[in-house]
Every structure is written in structure tokens, then in C-alpha cells.
Design a protein around this ligand. Structure first.
Ligand code: B1M
Length: 212
């Protein structure tokens, strides 16, 4: 089974979407735990792509092709993250902040929350503060979940919290944040209610924010 995980890792790094799908399906059929496929095969591959980019050994087009292969694989993973809960655990507005186009982590967080019974309103990427505000107001969401992958877009988190404050909505909505450069310290600094370093712990964070 280790070889299938290695293949998935390699397929994502090489951006071979069809092979990714084939090998993920084979791993699922062989009973490999989905968490293992996700963490050791898929997420680890994206981290390695990032390292190659940092070292100047791959460029934006290659990162994009790997990201597409990753997204293709996530489609197969998604049904396995669902559980049997039927009653909504709460409404969550999810989005990647203004100026930021990275959506894989945000999509994973949304998938995990959905699997745990939360209702998800996904605003996509490059979401300006006013769009978060509008969604909270119109949807009556209990949580705003923001993702930021760039150090340059982290200030958009604070701008969104400020906008929620200015709109008088901050008292009725919890804010949770995450993304590679985001830390608990940063969450405390900007006045977010919760932080989580990865998608699975995001579920525990969301539940604790709603005291579930
Ligand atoms: Co970009 N990129 N990228 N990129 N990219 C990073 C983030 C970078 C670290 C690469 C590097 O240099 N090593 C670097 C940022 C450096 C920095 O700011 N410190 C970088 C850069 C520089 C850029 C550009 C500026 C490159 C350029 O144009 N010169 C550019 C910016 C574009 C923009 O956004 N305006 C850019 C573009 C891109 C692509 C479009 C090509 C592509 C994204 C495609 C897509 O998302 N659809 C891309 C990719 C793929 C990456 C890397 C390689 C992988 C990101 C990823 O998907 N990881 C990334 C390197 C890296 O992260 N090591 C990199 C897998 C994903 C599962 O992890 O998103 O971290 P992640 O999510 C995790 C946790 O962080 C957490 O849970 C997830 C799963 O456990 N999490 C949350 C995330 N959100 C959360 C929210 C929560 C809770 C947890 O609560 C709400």
C-alpha cells in the first residue's frame, strides 16, 4: 500500500491528474485509510511542490498543474469525509481572503466541516471584507472561516474582522482563521476567536466555538 501512496505523491508532484485519480481510487478500493491518502500522499506532495518552488526548481505553471491534480483527487476523497449527521451543526461562511487565490486548504477545511454536519457557504477566493460581511448578514452564519496562504494577504484577515465590527456583526459571529503562514499568536493579535493549523483540527475548533 505504501507504493500506492508514493505513486499518488509522485503523480501530484508531476501534475498527472488522471493517474492521481486512478491511484486514489485503487488505494480507496484497497482499504487504505482516506486520512493516510490525504496526509501522506496528497498534502505532503503539495508541501514538496512548495519547497521546489522556494528553491527555484519549479515555477508557477508547475505549481498550478500540481494544484489541479490535487483538486481532481479531492473530488474522490470528499464522499469519504461525510458522516451520517443530518441535522446542521451550524452555518459557516468560508473563503480565502482578498488578494489570495490559494484554495486547496480552504476547500479541504470546507469539506471537513461539511462532513461534520456544518452547512457551508463557500465564497471562493480573493474575497473582499464586504463580501464576508454581506454573506454573514444575509445567511445568518454563526462562523466566518478565513484562509490566507500569503504573508502579504494576512492583513486581509484583520481588515475583514474590522469590517465585521464596523457592520455591528462581530457580536453574533465567531471568526476562525488558518493557512500556512497563520499562527495562534497572529489570531490573538487580530482578535480572531479560533485558529487551527490543519483542516481536521478546524472541525474541533468550529465545534468548540459553538460550544458543541
Ligand atoms: Co502559491 N505560494 N503563490 N500558488 N503556493 C505558496 C503559499 C508559497 C508558500 C510557496 C513557497 O514560496 N514555498 C508562497 C507564499 C510565500 C509567503 O507568502 N510567505 C507562494 C507564492 C509566493 C505564490 C505567488 C505569489 C507566486 C507568484 O506568482 N510569484 C502566487 C500568488 C497568487 C495569489 O494568491 N495572489 C501563487 C500562486 C499559486 C498557484 C495559483 C500557482 C497555486 C494555487 C492553486 C490553488 O490553490 N488553486 C499555488 C500553490 C499550489 C502553492 C503551494 C505550492 C501549495 C499550497 C497548497 O495548496 N497546499 C504553496 C506552498 C506551501 O503551502 N507549502 C504556495 C496544500 C494545502 C492542503 O495546504 O493551503 O496550507 P494549505 O492548507 C492547510 C493548512 O494551512 C490549513 O488546513 C489545510 C489542510 O490541512 N488551513 C486552514 C488552510 N486554510 C485554513 C483555514 C482554517 C483552518 C485551517 O480555518 C478557517
Amino acid at each position: 500500500m505504501e507504493s500506492l501512496i508514493k505513486e499518488i505523491h509522485k503523480n501530484i508532484m508531476e501534475g498527472e491528474a488522471n493517474d492521481v485519480k486512478e491511484n486514489i481510487q485503487a488505494a480507496i478500493d484497497a482499504g487504505v485509510p482516506v486520512s493516510e491518502i490525504l496526509n501522506e500522499g496528497m498534502i505532503a506532495a503539495m508541501a514538496d511542490v512548495g519547497r521546489l518552488f522556494e528553491d527555484g526548481e519549479c515555477y508557477v505553471p508547475e505549481m498550478l498543474i500540481s494544484a489541479r491534480a490535487m483538486q481532481a483527487g479531492l473530488v474522490l476523497i470528499q464522499p469519504h469525509l461525510k458522516n451520517a449527521e443530518v441535522e446542521s451543526a451550524g452555518k459557516v461562511v468560508v473563503g480565502t481572503v482578498k488578494g489570495d487565490l490559494h484554495d486547496i486548504g480552504k476547500n479541504l477545511v470546507a469539506m471537513m466541516l461539511k462532513g461534520a454536519g456544518f452547512e457551508i457557504i463557500d465564497l471562493g477566493t480573493d474575497v473582499p471584507p464586504e463580501k464576508f460581511v454581506e454573506a454573514v448578514r444575509e445567511q445568518g452564519a454563526q462562523i466566518v472561516a478565513m484562509s490566507a496562504l500569503l504573508t502579504t494577504t494576512m492583513p486581509s484577515i484583520k481588515n475583514t474582522i474590522d469590517a465585521l465590527n464596523a457592520a455591528g456583526l462581530r457580536g453574533q459571529v465567531k471568526v476562525m482563521i488558518g493557512g500556512a503562514p497563520v499562527t495562534q499568536k497572529y489570531a490573538d493579535q487580530v482578535g480572531a476567536d479560533g485558529f487551527s493549523p490543519d483542516a481536521s483540527r478546524a472541525v474541533a475548533t468550529a465545534k468548540s466555538l459553538l460550544k458543541m
